[in-house]
Design a protein around this ligand. Structure first.
Ligand code: S3P
Length: 175
């Protein structure tokens, strides 16, 4: 890929498949895969859930922003971003400036189906069935504002998602 610093960012709601799709896509494109949440965990030495519990969401967002900048300063990476990365205006601008942004777009029903019983997402703790639509509603506009390529992932398996992304990237080049 010749544009946007050779980087690809995967955005989308929790459960959309960013962390599963990312490494496969990176391998196909011969790029390095980086997971933003894992980078944060390595930097802090504790899990994302522990960061939320011990220091709160604002603190997590500050580290997330710092790590995103560090990752997107590089070239030739596929980065899988946490679902809330688009909440920050500067993050959105940076994503658009330094990567081709791929939005894995998932419906509310599908998130509920995939994440029922999940214990690793602090923002879904408590009233799981109410939290998902509220968060999705708040974030939808930000995903819409940020993406270059949108993939409806609701009825697609991982291989189909990866090939849909590859086709759209190719078409972008031809455009
Ligand atoms: C978050 C999504 C999580 C993680 C954190 C916050 C969010 O990542 O960054 O729990 O705000 O949507 P995934 O989207 O990979 O689950």
């Amino acid at each position: 890929m010749k544009s946007k610093e050779d980087n690809i960012s995967l955005i989308g709601f929790m459960g959309a498949g960013k962390s599963t799709v990312g490494p496969i896509l990176a391998k196909k494109l011969k790029k390095k895969f980086v997971e933003l949440d894992s980078e944060i965990e390595m930097e802090m030495g504790i899990s994302v859930s522990e960061i939320f519990t011990m220091f709160g969401e604002d603190y997590f967002r500050r580290i997330e922003k710092r790590m995103l900048k560090r990752i997107l300063f590089r070239r030739g990476v596929v980065v899988s971003c946490g679902g809330g990365v688009v909440l920050d205006k500067e993050n959105r601008a940076l994503l658009k400036e330094r990567s081709v942004v791929i939005w894995l777009d998932i419906s509310e029903d599908e998130v509920v189906r995939r994440l029922a019983g999940d214990k690793n997402r602090p923002l879904l703790a408590g009233d799981f069935k109410r939290n998902i639509p509220n968060l999705l509603k708040d974030r939808f506009i930000f995903y819409e504002e940020t993406f270059d390529i949108r993939i409806d992932v609701n009825s697609m398996d991982v291989d189909r998602i990866v090939s849909a992304i590859l086709t759209k990237i190719e078409n972008q080049h031809d455009a």
